[in-house]
Design a protein. Structure first.
Length: 140
């Protein structure tokens, strides 16, 4: 077994673009140990796209993967679809809005029963980091 050093792990993970699993196998250690040392040495974690960049699959391999997930071979075949659907809700002013979840529709009903005036997704705030946030309910 090679001696674990920051330089060795950095070279294997960043320069050679080896995965944590590949590093563990080549050094004869466990995956968890390799992961722990990468973290201990402060080696920056790669994004998923960076990890997959040089690991393109052949066309034949991609076709096999595609075929393995079609129809009854798909692991979700015959199972109930758990994707949540938007809910259509009619506001007191007659406006029909598409709400993101059943919970929001229930909350809107609650607010109407309590006599609270609101608008749904009418105001967007720009945050300090530049991203935007649209509040679900904006109270008048």
């Amino acid at each position: 077994m090679k001696t674990l050093t920051k330089e060795l792990l950095y070279d294997m993970y960043i320069n050679q673009r080896m995965s944590t699993n590949e590093i563990a196998k080549s050094l004869g250690i466990g995956y968890g140990t390799a992961f722990k040392y990468l973290k201990t040495f402060g080696i920056p974690k790669r994004t998923t796209s960076e990890c997959l960049k040089d690991k393109a699959k052949s066309i034949e391999h991609r076709k096999k993967l595609s075929e393995s997930k079609k129809g009854a071979k798909n692991y979700n075949f015959g199972k109930k679809n758990n994707i949540r659907h938007r809910c259509w809700f009619t506001l007191p002013n007659g406006e029909v809005v598409s709400m993101r979840s059943q919970w929001e529709a229930w909350y809107a009903e609650y607010l109407i029963k309590k006599g609270v005036c609101f608008e749904y997704e009418k105001k967007t705030f720009v945050l300090k980091n530049g991203s935007a946030y649209t509040a679900g309910f904006h109270f008048k």
